[in-house]
Design a protein around this ligand. Structure first.
Ligand code: FAD
Length: 563
């Protein structure tokens, strides 16, 4: 199979144009082409009047070797790489899938049955791949199963009732369940793990196009069903998923050589589960669990993250700016954007987690705090576009909030800003909001313009300047007119900010070794995903889950060999 890249065709090309383009690229007749499939389809919208589709095609040709030799110097004609996922290990007999679940109590005592904490994308893929290799993981999730979790989450959005253990951050599917379901990432992925993630999502019910479109997304509604299907797949392979089982403590032993080993976990119920392999797939909001890890002396360090607001504009305005006369074309969908501005005060402001045609959501997991984020449905047909507009901050910025030097100082800063947002919003879980025109003119907003904010339960108009440190407000004030020069209308006076965005990524890194992916100072502990600082987004968290599953499997099988 040959992979042809950079094949450009007009937006409304007929199907046959693809075969014609292949023939033109390879200089062959029609009989030389046995078939082809689309590996990737993106578009180039830099010229709004002439938007082009850009294809990567896998082509089955009659005389592959000859063509490869002929195009040896052409970087756009290559052999198609093998992207099929290969398992790195197979579980030893003790993990046999034939043991009925009812009898698995004894197996549960087996020190090698791995435990995964958290059932977000990272825990889900760690659990799935471990189960596919036959290791029958036990997955512990503090939140509820996804249908019940959905009701609890809507209870905050509709009635202002926060469920601290069942919300946008916690529960089956993790933080990305109520999201736009964007599935792209800029991580380097030489082993094609991203392809495995997308393929498993399609098996679980995602639209097939996510495999080949350049910026795939799924949307909230489908994610809920997919997560349930993946849970079923793990259970069918002998894995076990337990909801409402918060891990409150870690059992750690120090051996004669002063090496620390994880020996199990303690649940909120007091139950202890013995294991020598624990995956920490906690996400970025499990602040209590991170504090517990710190108390247990697991190596942690503060890391940079970003803070800011969420902005809303009419989606039609973004579509017109990005796609011009082609706005609304079904192959283009709702337009997105990505913006960055380097400020005079040394800060960088950038757009993050842009949700075309979506809504802003209440994303706190702690009472008395307000956090914003964004989500959408597959159709992306809500009236507004939203995105976080955030400023990067460093551990040195945490000191005014916590100068103890603790690796948890970033959490103190987050909590401070989220509590402030709660107060500025009127103390009812409404988000504080301000029109861009008023924000730039340093005056409180009192009335909305044409852009209606979508955040539920509601938005309380106010002055947002006290919601963030002065340097962040100054940076955003400088960035908005600069963004307006890139997207006409971006700083329109009636576009609206709601706040605060504080959970852009984890404020803590749970550092691990590069080779075996185990904690720097605790053997058998595998920090993973967004909460450990090794992923940012659904796809990269899933990819990290696969990597971690492999590391756990190799650790277990090597121990078996040496036993
Ligand atoms: P999480 O998904 O956070 O999962 C961690 C899980 O661990 C949670 O379910 C939690 O309940 C559980 N847990 C924590 N502590 C414990 C404990 N002590 N015991 C048991 N269980 C525990 N990313 C994208 O790529 N595209 C998007 O469109 C997108 N939109 C988003 C929209 C919203 C509203 C939010 C909140 C996030 C969005 N993200 C998006 C980010 C994405 O969701 C995260 O990057 C991703 O979910 C991280 O995966 P994870 O598995 O590492 O952690």
């Amino acid at each position: 199979m040959l992979r042809l890249t950079d094949i450009k065709l007009p937006l409304d090309h007929p199907e046959e144009a693809l075969t014609a383009a292949i023939r033109a690229r390879l200089h062959v007749g029609v009989s030389a082409i046995r078939g082809y499939s689309v590996f990737r389809r993106g578009f180039d919208a830099r010229k709004r009047g002439a938007i082009q589709l850009i294809y990567t095609l896998d082509v089955d040709v009659a005389d592959e070797a000859k063509l490869l030799a002929r195009f040896a110097d052409d970087p756009h004609v290559r052999l198609t790489p093998d992207t099929e996922y290969q398992f790195v290990a197979k579980a030893p007999e003790i993990f046999s899938r034939d043991i009925p679940v009812a009898k698995s109590k004894t197996l549960q005592e087996h020190p090698h049955r791995p435990v995964v904490i958290g059932f977000g994308p990272c825990g889900l893929f760690a659990g799935l791949v471990l189960a596919q290799m036959g290791f029958r993981p036990i997955i512990l999730e503090r939140g509820k199963a996804v249908r019940e979790r959905t009701k609890d989450t809507w209870d905050l959005w509709r009635k202002r009732n926060l469920h601290p253990e069942s919300n946008v951050q916690f529960g089956e599917g993790g933080a990305g369940t109520f999201s736009d379901g964007k599935l792209y990432s800029q991580i380097s992925d030489p082993k094609h793990y991203g392809r495995k993630v997308l393929t498993e999502f399609v098996k679980a019910g995602a639209p097939e196009e996510i495999i080949y479109v350049s910026k795939p997304h799924i949307g909230t509604f489908r994610l809920v069903t997919m997560v349930e299907n993946m849970r079923q797949a793990i259970e069918n392979l002998g894995g076990e998923i337990r909801f409402e089982q918060r891990v409150d403590d870690l059992l750690v032993e120090t051996d004669a050589d002063d090496v620390r080993h994880v020996r199990g976990v303690t649940l909120a119920s007091g139950e202890q589960i013995r294991t020598d392999h624990v995956v920490l797939a906690l996400g970025h909001s499990a602040r209590d669990t991170v504090a517990m890890l710190h108390k247990r002396d697991v190596y942690l360090e503060a890391k940079p993250f970003s803070i800011g607001f969420r902005v809303e504009h009419p989606q039609s305005m973004i579509d017109r700016d990005r796609f011009g006369p082609q706005a609304g074309h079904p192959l283009l969908g709702a337009a997105d954007y990505k913006l960055v501005h380097h400020c005079r005060n040394g800060r960088s402001v950038y757009s993050f987690c842009m949700c075309p045609g979506g809504t802003v959501v209440a994303a706190t997991s702690e009472p008395g705090r307000v956090v914003t984020n964004g989500m959408s449905q597959y159709s992306r047909n809500e009236r507004n576009a939203n995105a976080a507009i955030v400023v990067g901050i460093e551990p040195s910025d945490f000191a005014p909030y916590d100068n103890s030097g603790s690796p948890l100082a970033g959490i103190t800063l987050q909590r401070h800003l989220e509590s402030l947002a709660f107060e500025l919003g009127g103390g009812t879980y409404d988000a504080p909001g301000q029109l861009i025109g008023d924000f730039l003119a340093s005056k409180a907003s009192t009335t909305l313009g044409d852009v209606m904010p979508s955040y539920k339960p509601g938005v309380h108009l106010t002055n947002l300047a006290p919601a963030l440190p002065d340097y962040a407000v100054e940076a955003i004030r400088e960035a908005m007119p600069a963004f307006d020069r890139k997207i006409k209308g971006f700083a329109r006076p009636d576009a609206i900010f709601t706040g605060v965005e504080t959970r852009t990524s984890s404020p803590v890194r749970i550092r691990r070794n590069d080779d075996d992916l185990q904690s720097l100072n605790t053997r058998g502990l595998f920090p993973a995903g967004e909460g450990a600082g090794y992923a940012g987004g659904i796809l990269s968290a899933g990819v990290d889950g696969i990597r971690i599953a492999e590391a756990v499997a190799l650790s277990i099988t090597r121990q078996e060999v040496h036993a």
